[in-house]
Design a binder for this molecule. Sequence first.
Ligand SMILES: Cc1cc2nc3c(=O)[nH]c(=O)nc-3n(C[C@H](O)[C@H](O)[C@H](O)COP(=O)(O)O)c2cc1C
Ligand code: SF4
Length: 354
Amino acid sequence: MNQLFTPVEIKNITVKNRIAVPPMVVYTWSDDTGHVTQKHIDHYEAIAKGGAGLIIQEGTCVNKNGRLADTQLGIWEDVQVEGLKKITDAVHRHKTPILVEIHHAGVAGIAENVVCPSDYECMIKGQLKKGRELTIEELHAIQQDFIMAVRRAYLAGYDGVEIHACHSYLISQFLNRRVNRRDDRYGQKPELFALEIIREIRKQTPSDFIIGMRLGGFEPTLEDAIAYARIFEESGVDFLDISYGFVQESTPVVPKDYPFKDIIYAAQKIKEAVSIPVFAVNGINSPELADKILEQTKVDMVDIGRGTLVNYNWANDAKEGRDVGTCLYCKTCMWRVDPTKCPGRLKHQYNLHR
Ligand SMILES: Cc1cc2nc3c(=O)[nH]c(=O)nc-3n(C[C@H](O)[C@H](O)[C@H](O)COP(=O)(O)O)c2cc1C
Ligand code: SF4
């Protein structure tokens, strides 16, 4: 491995290797309160022990009405801080930095009256969603929810936050001009909703608190994403983690012979356009592929998501040249199934004890 186990600077933190564990919700452990359980604490501690350089905690909701599931973890009220702090304490015991992804689902949520930057209908996971346009008062109230969530994240001991601005959720809906057709300034300048949040959280947190962003690489086009990346870099964002944007409304264009996934191409192109660290993600299923992506695209970090669900020890095993396990891409983890039932994990454990 030439690059995977070299350190990298993210703001003031030296991250020991190039492996980030990206946010992955687990819906089976909490309940309607959105509170942390012992299972969450053990899960994140096990991931930290497994050797990844950086952990980004699962999408944690800033507002109960913005939830994706009625058991999603929450950061919408002060009483949630105590549980969240138990996660950061457990992870920090292993000298691993941890950020929390702050999230609002917008039209993709489970609330009865889902909201969106403008009236918008779409099918999400087989369900028709009819989003009602946010009033300006509601829009400002949600910005405030993000800001308060970041204050709580700071109090809970996170090293920073990752703003969830992709995967068809609320900020992705603002950024994608095919979804955001508002005729006020939040439509004329689609990045304004997020920019105002970033400016305020910069003011309200110490200068070493990390503010990262998970940004859509085609929102709706790569050119738009590159323009947003430059704007957010200028606004003080510390890193960009590039994933898919509003999927139904995006146009991925990638050279035919490109050796990696389309979304990794977007990360590569964004890296060429900015100076802050850029993370690439999706389907990076072996240490060799991870290293090749780092070398050939010049991105700074790779996200190992499902690989970590299969094997908490992915990073340590990769470093020592051991079998890291294989994700079977069965999607079981997407359907509210406890990660301990992951078929790839069971297979890996069986192989280890054979
Ligand atoms: C079970 C599961 C839950 C996920 N939850 C989130 C989430 O909360 N926030 C997010 O930005 N992405 C989420 N994702 C996407 C992952 O962060 C990652 O981008 C995706 O799994 C691709 O990376 P991989 O191929 O390494 O798994 C989730 C993915 C899975 C499999
Ligand atoms: S093996 Fe299946 S359940 Fe396990 S991480 Fe991969 S897709 Fe998810």
